[in-house]
Design a protein around this ligand. Structure first.
Ligand code: ZN
Ligand code: ZN
Length: 200
């Protein structure tokens, strides 16, 4: 290797794993020299992880650089995948504790799969409906009826909307620091003396 050549350690390097530090764009990491492009690609591929939820809603891959995600027990989940998984676990737990400890698990599972994966019900809503109507539920097939309850559906929409507004509020609080900048700009724009007299 020539004096100015180094080995690019990226396994999918497009340049024969040789970096010429006198001509190539490179990034040094510790004592290693990467083509800058190779390092970016390496980091992007490392940022991709399998979603720990077997019914992932996003093709099974979490991009930790761009997706919102949650880590638990060394596994990585999209936020919505995580909450669906949690809600289903909670439904099952609730059913055993509060409704029927002798339930045939496969029956309960079949109903939940049908509702959530096939008919598109939100798992959190199914959990909510079951909790609200626990007193009339004896068998898993009863869940089909309670999730169709119009009042429960309407209440659920209200709950979700309230949650959404809360998030919007929190987000705007975070941005509050930027407000003075916007205000200043607006005041300048609407300064009538400037408009009429072209500035004094
Ligand atoms: Zn390279
Ligand atoms: Zn996922």
């Amino acid at each position: 290797m020539a004096n100015t050549q180094r080995k690019c350690p990226y396994k999918n390097c497009k340049y024969g794993n040789v970096v010429d530090i006198s001509t190539d764009e490179y990034t040094k990491v510790g004592s290693r020299y990467y083509h800058s492009e190779c390092l970016l690609e390496k980091r992007a591929s490392e940022a991709k992880r399998d979603c720990g939820y077997s019914h992932c809603k996003h093709g099974g891959v979490v991009d930790t650089q761009t997706d919102e995600y949650i880590e638990e027990n060394k596994r990585c989940y999209h936020v919505d995948c995580y909450s669906e998984k949690k809600a289903i676990a909670e439904i099952i737990d609730f059913w055993y504790r509060e409704i029927d400890e002798d339930v045939v698990f496969n029956q309960l599972q079949r109903v939940l799969r049908e509702l959530i994966y096939k008919r598109g019900f939100e798992a959190e809503y199914v959990l909510y409906a079951i909790k609200k109507k626990a007193n009339v539920l004896n068998y898993p097939s009863g869940i089909y009826y309670v999730v169709g309850n119009k009042r429960l559906k309407a209440n659920w929409r209200i709950i979700r909307e309230a949650e959404r507004l809360k998030l919007v509020k929190e987000a705007s609080k975070k941005n509050a620091k930027m407000e003075p900048v916007f205000k200043q700009k607006e005041e300048k724009k609407s300064n009538w003396t400037t408009d009429i007299f072209g500035g004094i």
